[in-house]
Design a protein around this ligand. Structure first.
Ligand SMILES: [Zn+2]
Length: 415
């Protein structure tokens, strides 16, 4: 299983300069290769990446001698990046899934065609081959540079696949991807249903609530101010760069706050429960609604789901997605009566059949739990409290041993 560990670096000023140079080499190489490709196309030819790479290596000593100051991985990987970008463009063209442009591109290319990389707008990053670096304790060895201090040790054990050094909000990071042995522990926890919402981010069927901290919303004033400032400055000027760095730091801080609360939420649930019932919300569809879009993206339902899926796999649990059309909110979890005229604003209501007082979110979570167990076992569950689950059931792969389970249909685990 591939996992990546992102570690912040503490480079000296000289090392930071090396990083900037390497990123510059990577960007230059990408732009050079794209320009060559376009020129060949104008002449009615198609060049392969291998050909371009050979040509680049032949001329670099004379024409671009400064690229020799940094690791050769920085330039070489860019040919793969460009190749992937072109493949992607041709695939979209063939499938007819090119993005729609509001106005024609200045370079006259079609939507989805690779763009030149910009110093101002693109993230600084460069790639390292697995045989060109190693991490030892708090030290990362980079070719032609030496040892760079890392704020923490690499916590993943296994075969190192690759590394990428990148800059974000004035800090340097390394992302190391590692092929870790896939050992799935046996989970002894119970079952839970989860209702995701905007008022309360997550409510469990046991009534536990996780607050929606609305990180973006809280910092919106600052972002607006900085964005306005940026748009009023001369692009590329000293003040523009200063303002741009401030805005990046604000986004970085909000991102960290959001990551922190989401990871705490998903980890605590994944550790406690082996089977997690989760509503398969249509986050993309909700984003299309302009009034909801900001709140929905701030709550990051998609990221919550992604984290539940991979973490639960690591802990030996299972996530059962429940259809988004399943009426979790308007069904009474005690008797099954359906309140057809439930509005979005009704936070609590009384069941007209059994008289139970229903709290919207917790009721939905309990219904999701019952539905998840039904999907998992194929048996409708009446009393679902204290249900324990035999783990591994229904997971595709070597552990799927316990008979037919209806939850393995293709599509249920697609993000
Ligand atoms: Zn009822």
């Amino acid at each position: 299983m591939n996992r990546a560990h992102v570690i912040r670096l503490n480079p000296t000023p000289e090392q930071a300069t090396y990083f900037r140079k390497a990123c510059g080499v990577a960007r230059h190489c990408y732009n050079w290769a794209l320009a060559q490709w376009k020129q060949a196309r104008a002449e009615g030819q198609r060049v392969t990446m291998r050909h371009l790479k050979r040509e680049y290596n032949r001329i670099k000593r004379e024409q671009f001698p400064w690229v020799l100051e940094v690791t050769k991985c920085a330039a070489e990987q860019e040919f793969s990046h460009l190749s992937a970008a072109l493949t992607n463009y041709f695939r979209m063209k063939e499938e007819g899934t090119q993005p729609k442009l509001k106005q024609a591109r200045k370079d006259g290319e079609e939507a989805g065609f690779p763009r030149y990389k910009s110093k101002k707008h693109d993230r600084l990053s460069f790639y390292l081959n697995n045989d060109k670096f190693h991490a030892d304790g708090h030290w990362l060895s980079v070719p032609k540079l030496g040892k760079v201090n890392m704020t923490e040790e690499l916590r993943l054990y296994g075969r190192i696949l690759s590394g990428t050094i990148f800059e974000q909000a004035g800090h340097w990071f390394v992302s190391i991807s590692v092929d870790v042995p896939h050992v799935i522990p046996i989970h002894r926890g119970g079952t839970v249903g989860i209702d995701l919402g905007i008022k309360v981010l997550a409510t469990t069927s046991e009534g536990k609530e996780f607050e929606n901290q609305k990180h973006y919303r809280r910092n919106l004033g600052r972002i607006k101010g900085l964005s306005k400032g940026l748009s009023r400055k001369q692009e590329g000027s000293q003040n523009w760069w200063k303002n741009s760095a401030k805005l990046a730091r604000t986004h970085y801080r909000i991102g960290n706050q959001r990551k922190d609360s989401l990871h705490k939420l998903t980890t605590s649930i994944v550790k406690d429960y082996a089977l997690i019932g989760l509503e398969d919300l249509n986050a993309k569809g909700m984003l299309a609604n302009h009034c909801l879009a900001q709140a929905v993206s701030d709550a990051s339902f998609f990221e919550v789901k992604r984290q539940f899926l991979y973490k639960s796999e690591q802990h030996g649990g299972y996530v059962q997605l429940v259809d988004r059309w399943f009426a979790s909110s308007k069904t009474c979890h005690q008797c099954g009566w359906v309140k057809e005229d439930l509005r979005l604003s009704d936070r609590e209501w009384d069941c007209e059949q059994c008289g139970a007082h229903i709290l919207r979110d917790s009721n939905a979570a309990q219904n999701v739990k019952v539905e998840a167990i039904r999907l998992m076992t194929g048996v409708p569950v009446v009393a679902s409290s204290g249900q324990k689950f035999a783990c591994g059931a229904g997971r595709s792969g070597p552990l799927a041993t316990s008979g037919e389970t209806p939850c393995c249909e293709a599509g249920t685990r697609v993000l």
